[in-house]
Design a protein around this ligand. Structure first.
Ligand SMILES: Nc1ncnc2c1ncn2[C@@H]1O[C@H](COP(=O)(O)OP(=O)(O)OP(=O)(O)O)[C@@H](O)[C@H]1O
Length: 230
């Protein structure tokens, strides 16, 4: 097991946003976190990242406890957020270097990966630009590359295809599959069901901050008709 949540609850403004969420993810599998707007998908991601405080519960990656060993826990995890959060005073390349340092990536490996990803995502001529002079899609690409640079056991991916052009979205899909094949566990949210069908092995369906159903992605079809039309 890589990532596990044990009865995690979150409250915001005294409202229960997540109620006793528990799941255990298998190494190298891709999980689709599915649910209506407001079901709590991003809150699950932010809580795993430690950006959102939990009221109860435990979160572990490979037995490392989020509460007890936060720095070790964070190095086992990277995140492609719904909205990029780039630093205005750093260029694209400086962002990549910052990630390289935080995750202790060897310099030669980092440079090789930056070159590969920047070329494939078509931003190789933007490496010395600051976020304000990049388009929204380009900012998203920079953020996406940051999260893909380290080899971590767990990758969280929140609605990654939205602002990307079709080539970038296809390439990201390919990379996520490649990462999973090499052993990374991926927790992914997207409203693009076609992409989820291509990618995910399993689904976890959230409803009003609770887990409603979970199972194999191939069994989701019948459920999805009911889920999206009830
Ligand atoms: N900062 C906040 N303060 C209060 N409530 C919040 C806050 N952020 C989110 N919520 C509430 O938490 C619930 C879950 O939101 P969340 O963003 O996790 O949903 P989601 O499933 O990711 O939705 P979407 O598909 O729209 O991205 C919603 O009811 C939302 O209104």
């Amino acid at each position: 097991m890589t990532l596990s949540l044990e009865q995690v609850s979150v409250e915001l403004a005294r409202e229960k946003i997540l109620s006793s969420i528990s799941f255990r993810l298998e190494k190298g599998a891709i999980y689709a976190l599915i649910g209506h707007n407001g079901a709590g998908k991003s809150t699950v991601m932010k809580t795993i990242m430690g950006w959102q405080e939990k009221k109860d519960g435990r979160i572990l990656i490979d037995e490392v406890d989020q509460d007890r060993q936060f720095a070790d826990f964070k190095r086992k995890l990277s995140y492609i957020p719904e909205e990029p959060f780039l630093l205005s005073e750093l260029t694209a390349m400086q962002h990549f270097q910052l990630y390289g340092q935080s995750y202790h990536i060897e310099e030669a490996v980092l440079n090789e990966r930056v070159k590969r990803y920047a070329e494939k995502f078509e931003i190789e001529d933007k490496l010395n630009e600051y976020p304000e002079s990049l388009s929204k899609g380009m900012r998203q690409k920079v953020q996406t590359i940051c999260a893909l640079l380290p080899d971590v056991p767990v990758l969280l991916v929140d609605e990654p295809f939205m602002g990307l052009d079709i080539y970038a979205a296809d390439y990201l899909e390919y990379l996520l599959l490649e990462k999973a094949r090499k052993g990374t566990t991926i927790l992914l949210t997207s409203h693009q069901l076609d992409r989820m069908r291509q990618l995910a092995d399993y689904f976890i369906m959230l409803k009003h901050g609770r887990i409603d159903q979970q199972g194999l992605m191939k069994d989701f079809e019948g459920l999805s008709r009911r889920f999206y039309h009830e």
